[in-house]
Design a protein around this ligand. Structure first.
Ligand SMILES: Nc1ncnc2c1ncn2[C@@H]1O[C@H](COP(=O)(O)OP(=O)(O)O)[C@@H](O)[C@H]1O
Ligand SMILES: [Mg+2]
Length: 250
């Protein structure tokens, strides 16, 4: 871990997430078997093959699911005791935008989290408009969400998650259906945010300048460290797996 990141974690500046001896079954099968992770860096990338547990980890942190055993602390809160408070601390961006979007118009979708915080409706709407304008989406407020492209919907979901200003953003492959220019500009905006970001992604190039990469393999940590150490190992592992699957290697 980089010294700066360690200092940051110890200073408590970032939101901070800790899992201690976490056990979780998914369906009938065990997934996490005593998972221990302390996540304090500002930008953490989660990588791993499909089914390795990335989405499950993000859902534990947001309180959408609870572990069978173990302790999870999120931004100073015990996840079991404060499950209902977690969505206020962890903005969540789902992999599938249709699981997230609740309202017919962009303005309502982005304003929702602000209204939930107790802002009067007019102020929540004005806040949503300001956020949209700040992210290059001035004039989007009136638009019907269902008429947006997948990438535009993803952008709206990200802005809706950011709007209430949670200390942590948990993002499940949030950039997958964005075009390259939108992805790069959004990533630049995400970098500038004060929030701690935990992002699952298959786009390894985008994670190259993150502070830390956690590589999950069948519910266990297979690699953990700076991108320059973990990403090449993960890439090589996946290429070997692909070659084996294609019958190129014995
Ligand atoms: N709702 C669910 N019910 C049963 N099993 C699930 C459910 N969601 C995920 N799983 C299983 O849990 C494991 C981890 O899945 P997931 O956390 O979605 O991994 P990833 O996001 O890395 O693809 C997989 O074996 C998957 O089949
Ligand atoms: Mg997933």
């Amino acid at each position: 871990m980089a010294g700066g990141a360690r200092a940051q974690r110890e200073s408590g500046e970032a939101g901070g997430i800790a899992l201690r001896d976490v056990w979780l079954d998914r369906g009938d099968a065990p997934l996490f078997r005593g998972l221990d992770l302390t996540l304090g860096e500002r930008r953490i990338g989660l990588v791993g093959a499909n089914g390795s547990g990335k989405s499950s980890l993000l859902r534990l942190i947001n309180g959408l699911i609870v572990p069978a055993r173990g302790e999870i602390t999120v931004a100073g809160l015990d996840a079991r005791a404060h499950r209902r408070d977690l969505p206020g601390r962890v903005g969540f961006v789902f992999q599938n935008v249709d699981h997230q979007i609740l309202f017919p118009t962009v303005r309502e979708e982005v304003a929702f989290g602000l209204a939930e915080q107790g802002l009067p409706r007019a102020e929540a709407r004005a806040g949503a408009e300001r956020l949209l304008a700040a992210h290059g989406c001035a004039g989007w407020g009136e638009r019907a969400v269902e008429e947006l492209s997948e990438g535009q919907k993803q952008l709206v979901c990200i802005l809706a998650a950011i709007a209430p200003g949670p200390p942590i953003l948990a993002m499940d492959e949030p950039l997958a259906s964005l075009d390259l220019a939108t992805r790069l500009s959004l990533l630049a905006r995400l970098r500038a945010l004060p929030q701690q970001i935990l992002m699952a992604s298959h786009d390894l190039d985008l994670l190259a300048d993150f502070d830390r990469i956690v590589w999950l393999e069948a519910g266990a940590v297979a690699g953990d460290g700076p991108p320059r150490e973990v990403l090449p190992r993960y890439r090589a592992h996946e290429m070997a797996r692909a070659a084996t699957a294609a019958g190129v290697l014995p």
